[in-house]
Write a protein that binds this ligand. Structure first.
Ligand SMILES: [Fe+2]
Ligand SMILES: [Fe+2]
Length: 187
């Protein structure tokens, strides 16, 4: 027989599998933020100031993804774990390689979000499932963005003038993302 205490515990504490899946995701978002911060720093040191701004903004967005998860876990009776993250690279081979790595990383994050969604379905936790849908659509956008940027870079090839314009475009894109991001966080 289920005791009152057990029922109470079920209501006030988070399912352990869900908690662990969400804590894994917190770690991933945190390491994304550090990874893009390393890319921002590399771009800044290589005269690509527009790309650096884009990456700094992207790094902030990943931190916001992490914070949103931390708050969700704690509000739902779980315990969020603030993770340590591995040190990202200092050097990158080329700008094209940076965006290839970014896309590869986003694909891994998408996989990990899908597995959180999968655990939600297995555990019949529909409210966390609903919360995770925001991340599912965010991943679609980020993958499309990374693919678009990579296509542009491949088109430019080694052309210096093209690279100059590319970097200016990235600055505009960072400014637009900053504006949208501020509205997002207010919502
Ligand atoms: Fe993210
Ligand atoms: Fe991302």
């Amino acid at each position: 027989m289920v005791t009152l205490r057990e029922t109470e515990q079920k209501i006030t504490t988070m399912n352990k599998r869900i908690e662990s899946a969400l804590n894994d995701q917190i770690q991933k978002e945190s390491s994304s933020s550090q990874y893009y911060l390393a890319m921002a720093s590399w771009a800044e040191n290589n005269g690509l100031n527009g790309t650096a701004k884009f990456m700094y903004t992207h790094s902030d967005e990943e931190r916001f993804h992490m914070l949103k998860l931390i708050k969700f876990v704690n509000e739902r009776g779980g315990v969020a774990i603030v993770p340590s993250v591995p040190q990202p690279p200092v050097e990158f081979d080329s700008l094209e390689r940076v965006f290839e790595l970014l896309l590869e990383h986003e694909l891994l994050v998408t996989e990990s979000i899908n597995s959180v969604v999968d655990v939600c379905l297995q555990e019949k936790d529909y409210s966390t499932h609903n919360f995770m849908q925001w991340y599912v659509s965010e991943q679609l956008e980020e993958e499309a963005l990374a693919r678009g940027v990579l296509d542009k870079l491949r088109l430019i090839g080694g052309d210096k003038g093209g690279l100059y314009l590319f970097d200016r475009d990235m600055e505009a894109s960072a400014a637009a993302a900053n504006k949208a991001g501020t509205a997002d966080k207010k919502a």
